[in-house]
Write a protein that binds this ligand. Structure first.
Ligand SMILES: Cc1cc2nc3c(=O)[nH]c(=O)nc-3n(C[C@H](O)[C@H](O)[C@H](O)COP(=O)(O)O)c2cc1C
Length: 192
């Protein structure tokens, strides 16, 4: 798909174990000509983990997108009225953020950006990665599946024997999911 000139909001939340896979997909979108607007949640802004420091990931994201990172609720508020994105993706989307989105909680840069973007009635794509997808968060995923303008990158269980409630998105399907969502369609099958 030719992404030239397409304005895509790229929101990252704190599933740092998936960042290396996710960054490959962000790079692909950029190479195909998309204009990327990076948004990071407070955990991405601050967590130094065994998967890398916050500064390392932030520098990388800034280099790929060529844009300043949106990291506060105040900076995320104009995403709807001013940025006018064609589409926004939350990749990876934590259990924490998806629970907030399902319940209209707007207390981070990412949830603020999602709310501001949805106001424009444009598509929002979620790429979930959470250990409680089939547990405490199952009801929230169910609610989001039934909400207007929200689409999912296909997902499935990643380690059914060791993490029976965990589900993770097929991040490599991000671009295909975006293509469908721009036509107001959910890519299928959604469960893989
Ligand atoms: C190393 C590390 C890895 C994590 N991985 C995940 C994950 O894959 N999925 C998830 O839902 N939460 C994960 N978390 C927990 C979230 O970072 C935590 O819930 C945080 O509050 C999320 O905030 P955010 O959604 O605003 O980014 C992880 C935390 C750490 C420290």
């Amino acid at each position: 798909m030719d992404l030239k000139g397409l304005k895509i909001g790229i929101a990252l939340t704190g599933s740092s174990c998936n960042f290396s896979k996710v960054f490959l997909e962000i790079e692909k979108l950029k190479e195909k000509g998309a204009e990327l607007y990076p948004i990071i949640s407070p955990s991405v802004d601050t967590f130094d983990t065994r998967f890398g420091t916050a500064e390392e990931w932030k520098e990388k994201l800034q280099n790929i997108t060529g844009k300043d990172l949106i990291a506060t609720i105040v900076d995320a508020e104009p995403v709807g009225p001013k940025l006018n994105l064609d589409i926004m993706v939350v990749v990876p989307c934590t259990g924490n953020t998806l629970a907030k989105l399902a319940n209209a909680v707007t207390d981070t840069s990412v949830t603020m950006a999602c709310k501001a973007h949805l106001r424009n009635e444009r598509p929002l794509v979620l790429a979930i990665a959470t250990n409680d997808a089939l547990g405490a968060n199952a009801k929230n995923i169910g609610m989001l599946l039934n909400m207007k303008n929200i689409y999912f990158v296909p997902f499935g269980q990643d380690d059914a024997s060791k993490k029976p409630k965990s589900m993770i998105s097929k991040f490599e399907m991000l671009e295909d999911t975006i293509e469908k969502a721009l036509n107001n369609k959910q890519i299928q099958p959604i469960l893989l």
